[in-house]
Design a protein around this ligand. Structure first.
Ligand code: TXA
Ligand code: MG
Length: 351
């Protein structure tokens, strides 16, 4: 159904609800081996039948995704955990009970029947039960777990609206379901339980503090804080790529917002772009060529919803460099700061 030539006619379905006929048809497309862009509470996903190797291989072609980066399997009921995972420790059940449906991916040892295209040859699999009603209706309609990465072309910021998905995937996939803008805005938290001590591989919608409340000790993978060499082995292969990045180079500026604003003002000119807190817009207008608000300084949930859209918006401008005020790493701020730092290739200035 989906070849590498990318001349597909992509059907765009507006105003989709769980009851829409478009969801039933999307389920048929998934069952037939096709690709569907669909909303989740975190970001839009690019879905295929997780049990169909060829369909999953087509995801990698549509995205231009490196083959060594595994995909998350999306399920509609917690019992499906056991159909994908070889062993399900008590800790996984507690996490699932507490945070599913929701923005949490649990990595577990995987059953041998899970296609290697999904796991990129690892002996583990990432599983998530999303809370978005359209996502859940689509999984039900498909009658199979759905393997889905974020729906962006590889390297670009994740899509948080169906329009972003269209920008990246029109002509490459069969259908896009528009279920409105994503309410979380950063991807799911990825935690592995296939390690002696649970380890956070990607911060996301469920915070580190929330994980520790259920699991006790949780280690933080070093790939969260620093750039990883191409040759290095990493726990979540996705962490080593420059990610969620606009075309122009990004500098993430951490520290007190007044000082980060002063630093950025001292650096920028009319060819540069700025991502700043809402309260600082006035200071940058006139100084930078393009200024985007990431949300109010004390509204980290708003910042999470807007960070990818802000990054993506610079690609339609002539900005030569981008400077971003970067929030503190508490709560979901850890995820927002991580996405800005990844977009910056970990080029971070602390003021
Ligand atoms: O919120 C989300 O998780 C979204 C929506 C669509 O559900 N999906 C998403 O998928 O962000 P993706 O492929 O863009 O990111 C998945 C991340 C990657 O960093 C990948 O390396 C990691 O999860 N991952 C997947 N399976 C893994 C495994 N078995 N072991 C370690 N890391 C894994
Ligand atoms: Mg992604």
């Amino acid at each position: 159904m989906t070849g590498a030539s990318f001349s597909l006619e992509t059907e765009f379905c507006p105003d989709v609800t769980p009851e829409s006929d478009a969801v039933r048809r999307a389920g048929e497309i998934i069952r037939a081996g096709g690709l569907v862009g669909f909303p989740t509470e975190t970001v839009y996903g690019l879905g295929a039948d997780a049990r169909n190797s060829e369909a999953v291989a087509a995801i990698f072609r549509a995205k231009g995704r490196p083959q060594d980066n595994p995909l998350i399997c999306h399920i509609a009921h917690p019992e499906e955990l056991d159909t994908l995972a070889r062993t399900v420790p008590e800790a996984a059940r507690r996490l699932a009970e507490t945070y599913w449906p929701g923005p949490l991916t649990i990595i577990l040892p995987c059953r041998p029947e899970v296609p290697k295209e999904v796991t990129a040859g690892l002996d583990t699999v990432g599983i998530r039960l999303p809370s978005h009603p359209v996502a859940r209706a689509l999984i039900e309609a498909s009658g199979t777990p759905i393997a889905a990465p974020s729906g962006n072309r590889s390297g670009r910021p994740s899509p948080t609206t169906a329009a972003h998905m269209w920008e990246d995937m029109a002509g490459r996939i069969d259908m896009i379901l528009d279920g409105g803008p994503c309410t979380v805005g950063v991807e799911s938290t990825v935690v592995t339980l296939a390690a002696p001590v649970p380890r956070l591989l990607r911060p996301g919608g469920i915070t580190l503090e929330q994980l520790r409340a259920v699991l006790g000790e949780v280690e933080v993978d070093k790939a969260l804080r620093q750039k990883i060499d191409d040759s290095e082995k990493v726990s979540a292969p996705g962490m080593k790529y420059r990610h969620s990045a606009p075309a122009a180079p990004v500098t993430a500026v951490t520290g007190d917002p007044d000082r980060s604003a002063a630093y950025i003002l001292s650096q920028i000119g009319p060819d540069d772009g700025v991502i700043c807190y809402e309260e600082y817009l006035d200071r940058f207008l006139g100084a930078a060529g393009w200024v985007r608000s990431i949300g109010r300084e004390d509204r980290i949930d708003e910042q999470a919803r807007r960070v990818f859209d802000a990054l993506r918006s610079f690609d339609s401008t002539g900005a030569k460099r981008i400077f971003a005020q970067c929030p503190e790493e508490t709560g979901i701020g850890l995820a927002v700061a991580n996405r800005l730092k990844k977009a910056a290739g970990f080029h971070v200035v602390n003021v």
